[in-house]
Design a protein around this ligand. Sequence first.
Ligand code: MN
Length: 440
Amino acid sequence: MSIDPTNDPALRSWVQTANLRGADFPIQNLPFGIFRRAGTREAPRVGVAIGAAILDIAACLAAGLFDDDSAARAAATACAMPTLNELMSRGPSARRALRQALSALLADSVAAHRRQIAEHALVPQQEAELFLPAQIGDYTDFYASVHHATNVGSMFRPDQPLLPNYKWVPIGYHGRASSIVVSGTPVRRPVGQRKGPNDEVPSVGPSRSLDYELELGAFVGTGNALGEPIPMAQADDHLFGLCLLNDWSARDLQAWEYQPLGPFLAKNFASSISPWVVTLEALEPFRAPLAPRAEGDPAPLPYLTDRADQERGGFAITVETWLRTARMQEAGEPAVRITQGQATDLYWSMAQMLVHHASNGCNLRAGDLLGSGTISGPSPESRGCLLELTWRGAEPITLPNGESRAFLHDGDELQITAFAERDGAVRIGFGVCTGVVLPA
Ligand code: MN
């Protein structure tokens, strides 16, 4: 892949909010999502975010705006649907053709009559209801941050923080797709079994250590047939794009239940994702190598090794979490940032996770979601969950208004954001993935 005209930093849109400095959705981004006008019974359908608006792709198709471009027109026929699965399944060439047509249509150089038609297909984001971007058949969460794995491991197994398989195998577990919710959906504190170190027997009740996990999600585009692994050189052809992911976690339930088969009810009560999926094409200018492995670490095994992946398998994305307590909301105070990290601090690339997942012949399907695992970096400010930030609750964080948090309280709003920026490219953002904690 190379930088195509849709990434040209000189491009500007006739949608003026897309040209504002620091906007998440400039014309170089064009993330896909599912929307309808709020308060209507319209059918949910595919839209592309541009500035503070959404362009209705099916409406553009119906108005004949893709009539002179057969590839884009064919891809746009996948957009009158309530999920992105069909567009995802059609692969990178269909997605690129549509992206190029949308970029040309939204650029300020477009012919006046075409712009006039497209203006009628714009819906302000404030007037839109956003849905899960895909029907997610399967969800797998990885554990790709060595810093997260080391921190968590040292709390639970001080003598052996990192298990011997970690630097060889991209560790993951099969999560639950049915409880994945779109940003903005409130999350109820789960009830479950927990057993503290001084308890003789477990008790059942609301989790006392509800946490979030700062992650990126990767959507599978075209799948692979059962029994047919995906080689590293083709991994990117099977990836559609990235979203924000909050893997809500009940640490007390998790500590009691996780052995020997891993996470279960501590995780599957809810996972939140952002409504907008940022495509690989939009992320192309921000490809980068992952942070180098530590001296003495093994090289990835051959099936996980690829030169292009080593040079540019990571994404230079800055990820952040923001907390707004109930008291801050009542006082009208803004959210406070509690974490800032880098996606290049992951130990495994998204391509390596996808290839490992399919390496035994497991078939991935369009709309499947792969979570990166909590993204933590080497510094204390880049720890991607409260478990690490407060060292299992032992060192609560203090907020500017004097409140402190070991874990999340009812009423807390947790926001995940992310952006990519570098010289010679226009900054792009992911929007927000937010959720408020409801009492059990
Ligand atoms: Mn996770």
